[in-house]
Design a protein around this ligand. Structure first.
Ligand code: DGL
Length: 274
């Protein structure tokens, strides 16, 4: 198979990585995309790093067993911080995570060098974002806030609870530190942009690492592996949990209809036995 026509694998615990799919479709419409949603094990954010690393590795193995891939995108911050280097050793194709692109964007955008990060408990506990930002610019101050409730709200589209108050309880402490930039350090959070933006105000730089990740993928493909020249690539979604639920929420979040036949239910046991 010609290298540039191979598919791109995208993995998340659930619907969060669909932001990556959306940007890929905008910037690289010819690319074929295989998406793995490990909804049977969502949330990753409250699990240990080694558990997340094993689950993510199994999801990637599943995709690699099904198709030839030219690139893997870990479209999950929690899985990226849990084991990016390990995935890179394990798989022959390039593996790109979402954290570094978000870090670089935030460091170049901030003016007052005070950056806020909202993320899962796993991502915050890893301390990866502050470490990488301070490596780039030692004068940066990073204020982190774990938001254990937000990913589940997005995954289940559970807007019956008072999401605005929950979001305020996470964001106000960061605003008290006079941050001028906020990283949405979990790929589920950009779906809550309409709630987050009014709380943080118009002047806040709100950074979605998924966007910057896809820009890096674009440059990387252009410079080395090659972009797929076809007009429109296919998308196949593998789901380890309830596929019907994923189908409904995915269509809403992607903002375009997806073919039900492009959703394939896998069992988590199968994924785990690979
Ligand atoms: N979307 C994942 C992330 O970026 C986490 C969601 C979860 O807790 O499973 O960290």
């Amino acid at each position: 198979m010609i290298e540039n026509s191979k598919a791109i694998g995208v993995l998340d615990s659930g619907v969060g990585g669909l932001g990556i799919v959306k940007y890929l479709k905008e910037l690289l419409p010819g690319e074929n995309i295989l998406y793995y949603a490990d909804t049977a094990h969502m949330p990753y954010g409250s699990k240990s790093a080694s558990e997340v690393k094993n689950l993510a590795t199994n999801g990637m193995k599943y995709l690699c067993a099904k198709h030839e891939l030219k690139l893997l995108i870990v479209a999950c911050n929690t899985a990226t911080v849990a084991g990016l280097e390990c995935y890179r050793k394990h798989f022959p194709m390039p593996v790109i995570g979402v954290v570094k692109p978000g870090v670089k964007a935030a460091v170049s955008i901030t003016k007052n060098k005070k950056i806020g990060l909202i993320a899962t408990v796993g991502t915050v506990n890893s301390n990866t974002y502050p470490k990488l930002m301070v490596e780039l610019d030692p004068s940066i101050k990073v204020y982190q806030m774990p938001c254990p409730k937000l990913a589940g709200i997005v995954e289940n589209q559970d807007f019956n609870q008072d999401v605005i108050s929950i979001a305020k309880s996470y964001l106000y402490p960061l605003l008290n530190n006079e941050i001028d930039s906020l990283i949405l350090g979990c790929t589920h959070y950009p779906s809550l942009y309409h709630i987050i933006r009014p709380i943080v105000g118009k002047s806040m730089n709100v950074i979605d690492p998924s966007f910057f990740t896809v820009r890096e993928v674009y440059d990387f493909l252009t410079q080395s592996l090659g972009r797929n020249p076809q007009r429109e690539g296919y998308q196949i979604f593998y789901v380890s949990g309830q596929s019907w639920k994923f189908y409904q929420i995915a269509q809403k979040l992607l903002g375009y209809p997806i073919n039900i036949s492009s959703i394939r239910q896998t069992t988590s046991d199968f994924a785990l036995s690979l």
